[in-house]
Ligand binder design. Structure first.
Ligand code: ATP
Ligand code: MG
Length: 401
């Protein structure tokens, strides 16, 4: 077959090489599944050498080899390169008397090959990737039955390759589905967040501006009380500025940048005790935490505690709440625990708070645990790695308390 030094190229070579690449098998480590085939072939046919070969552009690479040390040979002298030119197996019973392979370096050279039988690894779309071949330095008889057996072994190898390809595709498609689902939920959360801020601006700011307008209009009807009207309006505007500042602070907690994580968490706790009348115990061990967290990761942690505390104020009817933030090995954990009414976590709700927290945890490579039951209080544990990838794509702001 390969009597010249030039490589013999199959007619479908480009498509064939594409098929070889498709299986992502080249240069992969040794593998029991293929090694079993070569060992079995050597034993079945009582030959010293057996190979599962893949014919690459300019080399023949051995996925599995029994009885031979080399891992690959050039495509040039390759009998396997010849074997893939045919649909059927290539059998050279005695190379010393076969003019088609006499000049082959493996036959003529030191190696002294005398017997070769190779069955092509033919894919479902008709491309030959390589062979399962058996080799001996003695001439041999190889019956039609032997050829059929060798071809069965080749079919097993192709089946294994197909199975791995399908498995890879299923895994990849599941990964894509999960990514799509995360993106969809992110969009949904962002939409929910916009709705919430629209509601907030409508219910708070717009109502207040309406009331201020009324105050000023009614003042116009009482020109003799202008001083009093202006003074009331000024106080009103001042109150609104304070409220608006709170709203803005919720959107972007400037306190984090200005005063740091510990002060920002302390301020959240203060609000809960002053405004909501809860007894708050704060255990913050954040010195090591802040030195290892990016600004965005700090924001993620802060948002988690903020949402958990907002939930306590909104839903728990609790008396006491405990907030712990501390490093634990290479992770940081934030635990918010209340003695309130608890809830059935298996029930779906319309809320986005816990969902957003969970998504933030996952984005940062961490976890969210919610331990609760009706009447048994609630403990929320948010964990993320200290060297967390920057979870800068925060999906959602916190809920208003
Ligand atoms: N600490 C808690 N105590 C009691 N119930 C809680 C507590 N935290 C959450 N829940 C319950 O879990 C539900 C889901 O909470 P989640 O934060 O996801 O949504 P939400 O607070 O209702 O709405 P949102 O956060 O979107 O404004 C709440 O509606 C509430 O019933
Ligand atoms: Mg909530």
């Amino acid at each position: 077959m390969t009597t010249s030094s030039s490589i013999i190229i199959p007619a479908d070579e480009d498509a064939r090489i594409a098929a070889v690449r498709r299986y992502e098998i080249l240069d992969t480590p040794r593998d029991g599944a293929f090694d079993r085939v070569t060992e079995l072939a050597a034993r079945l046919f009582k030959v010293p050498i057996s190979i599962v070969s893949i014919v690459d552009e300019d080399r023949i690479w051995f996925k599995s080899r029994h009885g031979i040390e080399v891992e690959q040979v050039g495509r040039d002298p390759g009998l396997c390169a010849s074997a893939i030119l045919h649909d059927r197996s290539l059998v050279v019973a005695d190379a010393s008397v076969d003019p088609s392979v006499l000049a082959n370096p493996l036959v003529a050279g030191e190696f002294g090959l005398r017997f070769y039988a190779g069955a092509p690894l033919t894919t479902w779309d008709g491309h030959s990737l390589g062979t399962v071949c058996v080799i001996d330095k003695e001439p041999r008889e190889f019956s039609d039955g032997d050829v059929a057996t060798l071809e069965q072994l080749a079919a097993i190898v192709v089946h294994e390759l197909e199975l791995r390809l399908v498995t890879r595709r299923v895994v990849e498609s599941e990964r894509q589905t999960r990514a799509l689902e995360a993106a969809r939920r992110g969009l949904e959360a962002a939409e929910h967040e916009r709705t919430r801020w629209a509601r907030e601006l409508h219910d708070e700011t717009l109502q207040s501006l309406g009331a201020l307008h009324m105050l000023l209009v009614s003042g116009l009807a009482r020109p003799d009380e202008l001083d009093q009207t202006v003074s009331e309006a000024a106080n009103f505007v001042q109150d609104e500025i304070v409220k608006l500042r709170h709203l803005i602070a919720e959107l972007r907690p400037a306190i984090l940048d200005q005063a740091g994580l510990e002060a920002a968490l302390a301020s959240l706790a203060r609000k809960l005790s002053v405004v909501d009348g809860l007894d708050v115990a704060l255990h913050l061990e954040t010195a090591h935490v802040t030195s290892s967290l990016s600004a965005n990761a700090e924001g993620t942690l802060y948002r988690a505690v903020q949402e958990a505390l907002a939930n306590v104020a909104k839903h728990a009817t609790a008396h006491n709440v405990e907030v712990t933030v501390r490093a634990r090995g290479r992770t940081v954990e934030a635990i918010v625990s209340d003695d309130g009414i608890g809830f059935d976590a298996s029930l779906n709700t319309d809320g986005f708070g816990l969902l957003g927290m969970r998504e933030r945890a996952v984005l940062a490579g961490g976890t969210l645990e919610v331990r609760t039951a009706p009447g048994a209080g609630t403990t929320v544990r948010f964990v993320m790695p200290l060297d967390a990838a920057d979870p800068s794509q925060n999906l959602q702001g916190p809920s208003s308390p």
